[in-house]
Design a binder for this molecule. Structure first.
Ligand code: MG
Ligand code: MG
Length: 273
């Protein structure tokens, strides 16, 4: 069942999204070669709790398989759901950091892919196309469009440039639950699927592979990896469907201000707020 949000609920979600953005900015301030993902995870958890919220991913799952950390840190060929560990990051790696919070009963969820030190041109291009795909998808999140319009925007841009669009994982509605209806796939046909109503809050999160679309879950029960071992990128925004343009609750501005420089070219610029 799809739950359309009231203005009060949207403001709660905006506050949650804002905290996620500021948490990812804390990560951005220290990320780099020599830093471990466990270190990033610890500072993210502390920052979230200091701001009166709780990590949303820690303890998520079924009783037999619970996610153990605040951040999903997904390195290179890990698409999503990587568990932070004690290995030091190295120059040339790609790290997607996904963060969720619960603030005043409302969830926030957003992800950013960081380039560690100097990365290859291929990796920069992968990040750039994934970022562009997110922005193209956000442009479709307006009243009267359909779920398929969002997926089609991601799929057409990425596939026409030779990238693989992950099918096994999708975006989602968000509110007082982390994952609500509807599912928001990164593939589809324009004009197809559920009609988007004003006040629908969704997470749009393209997961794009340098190689093929196939993925598998690692033996830890969480990390989702590309089957061909090629790198994958992931960006995620929370948005609310509105008549003329989506209300983008997330912002990457705090993250990008915290980074010394943006390591790749952003070709599409979304205005926030
Ligand atoms: Mg996420
Ligand atoms: Mg999500």
């Amino acid at each position: 069942m799809v739950h359309i949000k009231s203005e009060r609920e949207i403001e709660n979600l905006r506050a949650s999204a804002d905290l996620v953005g500021r948490t990812l900015a804390e990560v951005a301030r220290v990320i780099g070669p020599g830093v471990t993902t466990k270190t990033l995870d610890g500072l993210a958890e502390e920052f979230i709790r200091d701001n009166g919220a709780e990590p949303a991913f820690k303890g998520y799952g079924s009783s037999s398989n619970v996610f153990p950390a605040t951040l999903c840190t997904s390195l290179n060929d890990v698409v999503v759901h990587g568990i932070p560990d004690s290995r030091e990051l190295r120059d040339g790696q790609l790290l997607s950091v996904d963060c969720g919070v619960i603030l005043n009963g409302y969830y926030g969820d957003s992800a950013y892919t960081f380039c560690i030190g100097e990365v290859s041109e291929e990796v920069k291009a992968l990040c750039s196309i994934t970022y562009d795909a997110l922005n193209a998808a956000v442009e479709q999140a307006i009243t009267g469009k359909r779920i398929g319009d969002i997926g089609s925007a991601v799929q057409s841009l990425c596939e026409s440039n030779g990238y693989g669009v992950v099918r096994a994982l999708v975006g989602h509605g968000i509110g007082q639950n982390l994952h609500e209806d509807p599912q928001v796939p990164n593939f589809g046909r324009s004009g197809n699927g559920r009609k988007l109503k004003t006040g629908l809050s969704i997470c749009i999160e393209p997961m794009i592979n340098q190689g093929g679309t196939d993925v598998f879950t690692d033996t830890d029960g969480w990390a989702v990896r590309t089957s061909d071992g090629k790198p994958s990128a992931h960006y995620e925004f929370m948005v609310v469907v509105q008549p003329d343009r989506a209300d983008v609750l997330s912002s990457f501005s705090p993250i990008e201000e915290a980074l010394d420089s943006i390591p790749y070219n952003m070709t599409v610029d979304i205005e926030h707020g």
